[in-house]
Design a protein around this ligand. Structure first.
Ligand SMILES: NC(=O)c1ccc[n+]([C@@H]2O[C@H](COP(=O)([O-])OP(=O)(O)OC[C@H]3O[C@@H](n4cnc5c(N)ncnc54)[C@H](OP(=O)(O)O)[C@@H]3O)[C@@H](O)[C@H]2O)c1
Length: 300
């Protein structure tokens, strides 16, 4: 693992963060060869001079190359926050990390990991919180749309959608919730979807994976709220990202930068649930309440 100092317009010092205390949930070992550290720490004075927050937060981003995650990270970087980015595509991850450094992030560290590998989650998350020397926000953004028609014929593909969008997040969130509950602080912000609010014939595999995730988040919040942990369920409508490229009507989908601004604001306000853009809340209220005898005849 390497530690390097980046040229910076502000005075800077590069420091290796102290490890989380032995005996805590984060005291396990990890395979250093898997990870890349590139830490730049800027002083609070330098941040204040540049009009930024003097209390930068420690943010873990899982699925950091997602279009929505990238846009959110650009805002956090401009605020001088410390980022630990996880993605499976190392080239794209390097590009995203480099961009965020130039935008003013307090520090940017990265790890390459396939998040489907639930057996690797403990070591990955332990390394991430040790590298950040704590955790203020965990942002779960990875996911796949999958192919509904393929999933109707092939259980293997259906299981893949459920694994990536539901099983893997449950594994990550179980570890993260216990870590935050032990420290009695932290926000878990998770990208679910409006598609989870009601099963539709056009995407019920993706929808059911997000429905499961939303139900899990509701129960998790009910458990850890009293431990000082916030669980934010983010339910976007269609957003212009790689996931929706080429879809019918995609020109009218929500702008990813506006969606990201709303997400950052909801995290700051410690909200429980966010429909974004906001009009999806009344739309989904109506869709959820259409009687089944009518709903089953609709082409949705
Ligand atoms: N865009 C929308 O309209 C919309 C609406 C509602 C909810 N959402 C949700 O928002 C989240 C972000 O979506 P997006 O629109 O930003 O889509 P995106 O740009 O396609 O991003 C999805 C990301 O997930 C990553 N990923 C998938 N499987 C992974 C795995 N096993 N391990 C590590 N990374 C993995 C992908 O990595 P690779 O690049 O390596 O494939 C990609 O970076 C998803 O959970 C999605 O379901 C999106």
């Amino acid at each position: 693992m390497t530690l390097s100092e980046q040229p910076s317009p502000a005075p800077s010092t590069a420091t290796r963060p102290a490890a989380i205390e032995p005996g805590s949930i984060a005291a396990a070992t990890y395979n250093a060869a898997t990870y890349n550290d590139d830490l730049v720490t800027r002083s609070p004075q330098a941040l204040a001079h540049r009009g930024k927050s003097v209390a930068p937060r420690k943010i873990l981003v899982l699925g950091a190359t997602s279009g929505i995650a990238e846009a959110t990270c650009r805002l956090w970087a401009a605020g001088g926050h410390h980022l630990f980015l996880v993605a499976r595509n190392s080239e794209k991850l390097d590009m995203v990390a480099a961009d965020l450094r130039t935008r003013g992030a307090g520090s940017v560290q990265t790890a390459v990991a396939d998040l489907d590998d639930t057996a690797g989650h403990h070591n990955l998350l332990t390394h991430a919180v040790n590298s950040l020397t704590g955790l203020d926000i965990a942002y779960l953004a990875h996911g796949i749309l999958g192919d509904q028609h393929a999933a109707e014929e092939d259980f293997g593909h259906a299981a893949q959608i459920l694994h990536t969008n539901f099983v893997a997040p449950v594994s990550l969130l179980t570890w993260l919730a216990n870590f935050c509950a032990q420290r009695r602080s932290g926000t878990l912000a998770v990208l679910s979807s409006v598609a989870g609010d009601r099963g539709r014939k056009s995407n019920y595999l993706y929808g059911s994976s997000k429905a499961g995730l939303s139900a899990f988040l509701g129960g998790l919040r009910n458990r850890v709220d009293r431990e000082g942990v916030t669980v934010l369920n983010i339910k976007p409508g269609p957003v212009k990202t790689a996931m929706t490229t080429g879809m019918k009507g995609s020109g009218k989908f929500a702008d990813v930068d506006k969606v990201a601004q709303t997400i950052v604001s909801a995290i700051d306000k410690r909200r429980d649930t966010l429909y974004v853009p906001f009009q999806w809340q009344p739309i989904m209220f109506v869709i959820r309440h259409i009687p089944e005898r009518i709903f089953k005849k609709l082409n949705l």
